[in-house]
Write a protein that binds this ligand. Structure first.
Ligand code: TRP
Length: 329
């Protein structure tokens, strides 16, 4: 069975866009691949979180992914910093990662611009740590969005370079996971573009109903159709796209009909949409809350993941040390 590795940044909560995008894919992969999903808390140190936030964020993200369906019996779900072998492999890979290529990485340049007061070496070597995450389990595939393509390219480069330097076909060269067109893109509530973390246009799985209602009621619309059967403007099409995933067929039909007849009332559409979103997210939110407050369960999940991930990671590091030439006396 092929191996898939994916890291999850412990920042931000899952929104509907993530749920129908990345999370869906994780759930499909977990049925057909040997999956390693981990929370990338080493990576998050590049932005210097305080200790309390760091732990709280890791816990919340773990609870959210578990509530959304990641299954610790099917996949290896772990916390990156629970597996220090990753740090050792990073150190070893750093010896063959060059300053020039690291400095040219788009994500490094972006971050350096965003936090000019904290351009640390961790930011520079972020792609090396990511490569270690991936090749430490000999991954075949990595699900990556557009923003991570270059990082995966770097992983491929570091893995092949290692093989070349040591004249061995040791590391698998991982490929991007291709989902084709199956991905549902959930738009935001601000009229254009997709739902995102930073855009502040999202609805979160853990969000309370009152806040969801408020956001939906404030969603961008237009001034309404003036002629029968006119095409939907982008903001209205977006509201319908969200309806497609949370509402009943009849509901969608009803409002489409109202739109074609120019008798639609956006206030009613939004009220219905808010109600359907809340109905959809409520069981998930309750599950998130239950899991997040069950320290015993979380600790069991983390321990299971750590043990499985350590086994695979330590095997690789042992072999890499051997290949490099470290020998015991
Ligand atoms: N860099 C990824 C992101 O920002 C997170 C990540 C870290 C990752 N290590 C990884 C993703 C390994 C895939 C594989 O989203």
């Amino acid at each position: 069975m092929e191996t898939v590795v994916s890291g999850i940044r412990p920042t931000g909560n899952l929104h509907l866009g993530n749920y129908f995008g990345a999370v869906r894919n994780f759930l499909k992969m977990q049925e057909n691949y040997n999956c390693y999903f981990f929370i990338a808390d080493y990576h998050s140190l590049t932005t210097h979180p305080n200790p309390k936030d760091l732990h709280g964020n890791v816990k919340q993200v773990l609870a959210e992914y578990l509530a959304a369906g990641l299954d610790p019996e099917k996949s290896t779900i772990y916390i990156q910093s629970d597996v220090p072998a990753v740090a050792e492999l990073t150190l070893l890979l750093n010896m063959n990662a060059y300053l020039g290529e690291l400095e040219r990485t788009t994500s490094f340049k972006d971050k350096a611009r965003q936090q000019p007061e904290n351009v640390n070496a961790g930011l520079l070597t972020y792609p090396v740590l990511m490569a270690a995450d991936i090749i430490i389990h000999q991954a075949h595939k990595v699900p990556v969005g557009k923003d991570q393509e270059q990082n995966l390219e770097m992983t491929r480069k570091f893995a092949s370079r290692f093989n070349r330097i040591y004249k061995q076909d040791y590391f698998n060269i991982p490929r991007p996971f291709n989902f084709g067109d199956e991905l549902i893109k959930i738009p935001g509530l601000d009229g254009s573009g997709k739902m995102g973390k930073s855009e502040n246009n999202g609805i979160f799985l853990a969000e309370d109903p009152k806040s969801i209602r408020k956001k939906v009621m404030r969603a961008v619309t237009d001034s309404g159709p003036t002629e029968p059967n006119s095409p939907l403007s982008e903001p209205i099409a977006n509201l319908f796209t969200i309806m497609e995933v949370v509402s009943k067929e009849e509901t969608i039909e009803f409002f489409k009909e109202e739109y074609s007849k120019c008798s639609i009332r956006y206030g009613d559409l939004k009220k219905q949409l808010a109600k359907d979103i809340i109905e959809f997210t409520t069981p998930i939110r309750e599950k998130i809350e239950a899991i997040a407050s069950d320290e015993q369960y979380l600790s069991k999940v983390a321990k299971m993941g750590r043990e499985k991930a350590m086994e695979s990671a330590e095997k690789t590091v042992r072999e890499v040390r051997e290949i490099i030439g470290f020998r015991p006396f």
